[in-house]
Design a binder for this molecule. Structure first.
Ligand code: F6P
Length: 365
């Protein structure tokens, strides 16, 4: 690892938690301490701690024995944004630009750079801070797998494992009671989680945001199985899926959040509509936050550690304004400016769509 005169580095975790955050914190901190003799400062609760100046020192002991722990030892926030700082004033939420305050906190701590572990929202903010002159490196996390500039995010495989296990378990009740069992998985505006878990769990129907579905095709997929003597069906629906000409189902709005929309509820709509139109008894299960919880799977432990190492390398090389990433089968990095503002969805020519169709899975087309 090349050595620069980097000696004090800040680190924070932003956005929704996912398995592997601690593995990245550990890898970044241990690598920089070991290779550079650097001091590490942890900001609490993501960008919230950066604006309000809440920190903890990170020692070797702090990051010892955290590889397998879910969540994040630093805490996180998926609402705090220094550029649009939201505060309640009476009944109203007022947003102000607190980026100057964040910059003052960074210089108060005499930091040579900042490592931000987060999803697309956190990377967009990191890109804005980089434009303001902050030496910054990003690491992409999320169970949604939707960060542009990387083909994989850590946390995703762990969530796929949870959702797949749920689909396996739903098979038994589906088969015993001759029902349609619908599992709603997270993923926001991207169908990666539903696609991977649906294939791994042998779902008969997979509904994703990228392919608005035709109700009749979904009914027909269940009825066709019934006609063949298969008296149950398993449906894996992404929270962002919607019928042709319809809208995504919004569970709640979190005002002041960079993206206030929180999706959820399509699983129940699909279940009720199938039961009404086919007469087959149907039940919904919404997997929710269990998909983000618990210990990272072995793949995510390895991947998160590798991304953390890569981020530390970028820091040590003084290669600022970059995000550690995975592309074309190797660990690499990409410019934060290419990550900002986007969401990586499933392309309609993605090979896994053909794989699923070839084994008879319907996308409700
Ligand atoms: O981005 C991760 C994620 O779990 C999404 O899959 C989901 O739509 C969203 O976060 C839920 O956000 P919140 O934790 O604010 O309910």
């Amino acid at each position: 690892m090349a050595k620069t005169d980097v000696s004090r580095i800040g680190i924070l975790t932003g956005g929704g938690d996912c398995p592997g955050l601690n593995a990245v914190i550990r890898a970044v901190a241990k690598t920089l301490m070991h290779e550079q003799g650097a001091e590490i400062v942890g900001f609490l609760d993501g960008y919230d701690g950066l604006v309000t100046d809440r920190t903890i020192p990170i020692e070797w002991e702090t990051v010892s024995n955290i590889l397998t722990q879910g969540g994040t030892i630093l805490g996180t926030s998926n609402t705090a944004n220094p550029f649009q700082w939201a505060e309640k004033q009476g009944d109203e939420i007022v947003t102000t630009d607190r980026s100057d305050q964040a910059l003052a906190v960074l210089s108060k701590h005499r930091l040579d750079g900042l490592v931000v572990i987060g999803g697309d929202g956190s990377m967009t903010i990191a890109g804005e801070l980089a434009k303001r002159g902050v030496s910054i490196v990003g690491v992409p996390k999320t169970i949604d797998n939707d960060v542009p500039g990387t083909e994989r995010t850590f946390g995703f495989q762990s969530a796929v494992a949870v959702a797949t296990d749920a689909l396996d378990r739903l098979h038994t009740t589906a088969s015993a009671h001759h029902r349609v069992m619908v599992a709603e998985v997270m993923g926001r505006y991207a169908g990666w989680l539903a696609l991977h878990a649906g294939i791994a769990g042998g779902a008969d129907v997979i509904l994703i945001p990228e392919i608005p579905f035709d109700w009749n095709a979904v009914f027909e997929a269940c009825l066709r199985r019934a006609r063949k003597g298969k008296r149950f069906s398993i449906i894996c629906v992404a929270e962002g899926a919607r019928p042709e000409g319809g809208k995504m189902v919004v569970r709640r709005r979190v005002e002041g959040s960079p993206d206030p929309v929180r999706l959820g509820g399509i699983g129940r709509l699909v279940t009720g509509t199938i039961e009404q139109n086919t007469g087959i008894v149907s039940r919904a299960t919404i997997l929710g936050y269990v998909q983000r919880g618990g210990s990272p799977c072995p793949f995510d432990r390895v991947f998160a550690t590798s991304l953390g190492y890569k981020a530390a390398q970028l820091v040590a090389d003084g290669n600022w304004g970059r995000m550690a990433s995975w592309q074309n089968g190797r660990l690499t990095d990409t410019g934060l400016e290419d990550v900002a503002g986007g969401s990586r969805t499933v392309p309609l020519d993605h090979p896994l769509l053909a794989v699923a169709r070839s084994v008879g899975t319907s996308f409700g087309e």
